[in-house]
Design a binder for this molecule. Structure first.
Ligand code: BMP
Length: 214
């Protein structure tokens, strides 16, 4: 992944044409494009290759199955051109390692979800987030996903993972502050609706970049 603006676009739109148009017009303001179930289910797996031709793609499939199924899922989307994949850790070490092996085989990055950004994550994810961060390190992941809505948790996770990459969603539409997430240790911010739903997406992205430029 490049490191120019420290922004990752979460492209949760439901039309391939709209997705491609957005990537062509504002893609250079982002270090990667994150696409997941909404766009892949709407546009088919080929959308992964189409967007990958324009910018690095992180496939946000939050892979969470038995090792064999995890491997099949990762191989499909990484084989289609994605250069990163997001997986859950709560399924256990063997499942996560299957994702890590696939990522290695495709020279791609594996990002592991720790604690999610929405309020409901407090119930089951928050109490085990630190163990999941440790598991990400042990599995050889490139990085983790940690919540911009709770920057203090980014700081805790940073202490566990050392130099691994933190990609952090929750800025904008979910109420998180870009500057606070970066100050707490996030490497990249993931932003979706506050950019692609804005009247002027380029200007919305630039406003966030201005807040994190030190
Ligand atoms: P938005 O900026 O529109 O809230 O989008 C955030 C993106 O990050 C969405 O694609 C969402 O699925 C993803 N995400 C998140 O919001 N919280 C997490 O903890 C993990 C995520 O992947």
């Amino acid at each position: 992944m490049r490191r120019k603006t420290r922004l990752i676009l979460a492209l949760d739109v439901l039309s391939s044409d709209k997705a491609i148009t957005l990537v062509r017009s504002i893609g250079d303001l982002f270090d990667a494009i994150k696409i997941g179930y909404p766009l892949i289910l709407a546009g088919g797996l080929e959308i992964v290759g189409e967007i990958s031709a324009e910018a690095p793609v992180i496939a946000d499939l939050k892979v969470a199955d038995i090792p064999n199924t995890n491997r099949l899922i990762c191989d499909q989307v990484l084989g289609a051109g994605a250069s990163g994949i997001i997986a859950h850790a709560f399924t256990g070490k063997d499942s996560l390692e299957a994702c890590a092996r696939s990522a290695r085989d495709h020279r791609a990055d594996l990002f592991v979800v720790t604690e999610m950004s929405h309020p409901g994550a407090a119930a089951f994810m928050a109490p085990i987030a630190e163990s999941m961060a440790e598991m990400a390190v042990e599995a050889g992941a490139s990085g983790v996903v940690a919540p911009a809505t709770r920057p203090e948790r980014i700081a805790v996770i940073r202490r566990i993972i050392g130099e691994l990459i933190i990609i952090s969603p929750g800025v904008g539409a979910q109420g998180g502050s870009a500057a606070a997430a970066i100050a707490a240790g996030a490497d990249y911010l993931i932003v979706g609706r506050s950019v692609y739903e804005a009247a002027d997406p380029a200007s919305a992205a630039r406003q966030i970049i201005d807040k994190i430029t030190i």
